[in-house]
Ligand binder design. Structure first.
Ligand SMILES: NC(=O)c1ccc[n+]([C@@H]2O[C@H](COP(=O)([O-])OP(=O)(O)OC[C@H]3O[C@@H](n4cnc5c(N)ncnc54)[C@H](OP(=O)(O)O)[C@@H]3O)[C@@H](O)[C@H]2O)c1
Length: 280
């Protein structure tokens, strides 16, 4: 059985839809990953063969002021999962982030590039990676700029603003790859069919800035909005972000034969699904 931890989150919901076979999902009501007892109780009872951990404290700015919680959930919590999965002989799949990098490399990050997180969130997720490796049978999947039907995200924020205003300022100096949670969930699912272990980067192909992403969202959705470029400094968010955090996903292609589609194609499909789901 495959157990998805954090099954009610944005990625967790799509994983529950795409993973084949015997799949169970638990979220914070049934498992608190910050509690070793809770993790032990659930995992020893359910005896999964694979645990995919999507549970996390994902409020990047909130992490700056809630360091202890960030470290407990994103770091130590993964350690509890690693300890028990190792004990019961299960594979641990840990979802991680481009924010483990500082963004100064200037070309796409490979899995073995030096890490240097700028934010508390990035540091806590890096601790989570280190903890995940305590189970030798692990996969760490780093991804970025996620959006999906089941959670708060940039696409939904932009589309909500359409009814509220005519102009929006969006950061034009951070570069990455917007990634649809369905494409990521499918990649994780397919990765589980391979013998691949260790760290992999997985994101939709191609790159853009948040500004260019916003323009594409309004254009593809057929919505009127003036998008004004601004700098990260002008926006002044509490958590520092890497300016260039594109992930080189060629190892995923080389080892597993997997390549996620181009981000614009993924966005188009997402907007269609969204319309089908009755959202405008
Ligand atoms: N979103 C992105 O852009 C992005 C980018 C790169 C990597 N990632 C990583 O991708 C993964 C999935 O992200 P997401 O955006 O799908 O996250 P999400 O929507 O915030 O979902 C996380 C889930 O974990 C639950 N949770 C929080 N604390 C928990 C605890 N102590 N025990 C058990 N469950 C707990 C949350 O419950 P509550 O909602 O009730 O707190 C929520 O259901 C995370 O590892 C994240 O770090 C995300």
């Amino acid at each position: 059985m495959i157990l998805v931890v954090g099954a009610k989150g944005m990625l967790g919901q799509d994983l529950m839809r795409v993973l084949p076979g015997d799949v169970r999902g638990v979220d914070v009501e049934e498992i608190d990953i910050t509690s070793p007892e809770s993790v032990r109780r659930v995992l020893v009872t359910l005896k999964p063969r694979v645990v995919v951990n999507c549970a996390a404290y994902t409020d990047v700015d909130g992490c700056e002021t809630n360091r202890e919680l960030a470290m407990a959930v994103n770091g130590e919590g993964v350690g509890h999962l690693a300890a028990v999965t190792r004990e019961i002989g299960a594979l641990l799949v840990q979802v991680s982030t481009d924010y483990v990098f500082d963004g100064t490399k200037g070309s796409p990050y490979r899995e073995d590039d030096p890490v240097n997180p700028l934010s508390v969130y990035g540091k806590s997720k890096l601790l989570g990676e280190e903890k995940a490796r305590q189970n030798p049978d692990h996969l760490i999947v780093r991804t970025q700029w996620l959006y999906g039907l089941g959670g708060k995200n940039f696409v939904e924020t932009m589309l909500r603003l359409v009814g509220e205003r005519k102009e929006v300022a969006v950061v034009d100096d951070q570069i990455g790859s917007p990634t649809w949670t369905v494409d990521l969930a499918l990649a994780i699912s397919q990765l589980l069919d391979t013998d691949c272990r260790g760290t992999y980067h997985a994101a939709n192909r191609g790159t853009c800035t948040w500004f260019a992403f916003a323009e594409s969202i309004f254009a593809e959705a057929g919505k009127e909005m003036t998008v004004r470029p601004q700098t990260t400094e002008e926006l002044g968010r509490p958590a520092p972000r890497p300016l260039y955090s594109v992930l080189d996903c060629s190892k995923l292609t080389h080892d597993a034969g997997l390549a996620l589609e181009e981000w614009r194609e993924a966005l188009k499909t997402y907007l269609e699904k969204r319309r089908d789901a009755g959202r405008n």
